[in-house]
Ligand binder design. Structure first.
Ligand code: ADP
Ligand code: ADP
Length: 230
């Protein structure tokens, strides 16, 4: 079953940069997808389309088989269901305490305080940050902030989570830890997309890989297929 389909997406920035040049992909429910590509390949530009921050110049995006219309209500639904964990947690965290930070999303969705508390507790438990729930986020370590930024998204209970270069800059121990959390999230049924320029990571981790270059897909397939062919 398809969660997300991108068909022939074209996008140019105002300065003329052709960031996406007829890009198509299709994401199946429950899978672990890696998007492999060098800096400038178009990964972030694609992600900004997937939560409706950017609108395609040409092409379509379908969520659960339905074309996105960019009406306000539909955009809200899209942002609830497609969560993005950004590379730099400081771009995502802005509340005073960890608990408040993770509460922001569910409260914003209109959930009650009780429902919100349940969601926040669950997300903190999964990310193993319950012990720091009352700490101010700005005083925490990078590793802790990274976990909070993931808990933030988990509390929205999205169907699909995109991790934008989740292991970049991390030492092997912390990379492994973050990948462990991502796998755990996937096992509970959430579809996960991870972008990376680490070929070994994509090969070892993903069910299916897309290789991006210059705003296009230049290769795709199961890990075995990709590395047999390239
Ligand atoms: P990636 O995430 O794979 O590094 P990006 O989507 O950030 O790639 O970039 C794709 C292309 O678009 C690159 O050529 C980049 O320089 C360009 N680009 C990204 N953001 C902007 C912007 N705001 N204005 C103009 N060009 C941009
Ligand atoms: P912990 O959360 O276990 O105390 P740290 O936050 O000190 O660990 O470090 C976690 C990982 O993040 C390490 O690999 C470290 O090199 C990396 N790191 C720390 N600060 C930054 C930063 N500002 N940007 C990117 N990576 C960082």
């Amino acid at each position: 079953k398809k969660v997300l389909e991108v068909e022939n997406l074209v996008f140019n920035y105002p300065d003329g940069t052709n960031a996406l040049d007829g890009l198509s992909l299709s994401i199946e429910k429950g899978k672990k997808i890696a998007i492999l590509g060098a800096n400038g390949a178009g990964k972030s530009t694609l992600f900004l389309h997937l939560n409706g921050i950017l609108k395609p110049k040409q092409g379509n995006i379908k969520f659960r088989g339905k074309k996105i219309s960019y009406k306000k209500k539909e955009l809200q639904n899209l942002r609830k269901n497609i969560g993005i964990v950004f590379q730099d947690p400081d771009m995502q965290l802005f509340s005073s305490s960890v608990f408040q930070e993770i509460s922001f999303g569910p409260l914003n969705l209109g959930l009650s305080e009780i429902q919100t508390r349940e969601r926040v507790d669950e997300a903190m438990q999964i990310m193993e940050i319950t012990d720091i729930k009352d700490k101010p986020t700005h005083l925490l370590s990078y590793g802790q902030k990274k976990r909070i930024s993931i808990a933030d998204i988990l509390a929205m209970k999205p169907e699909l989570i995109i991790f934008d270069e989740p292991t970049v800059w991390l030492d092997p121990k912390h990379s492994k830890e973050i990948l462990g959390f991502i796998n755990q999230i996937n096992k509970k049924g959430t579809t996960v997309i991870l972008s990376t320029h680490d070929v070994d990571l994509a090969y070892q981790w993903a069910d299916y890989i897309y290789i991006f270059s210059d705003g296009k897909i230049i290769g795709e397939g199961s890990s075995e297929k990709i590395f047999r062919d390239n």
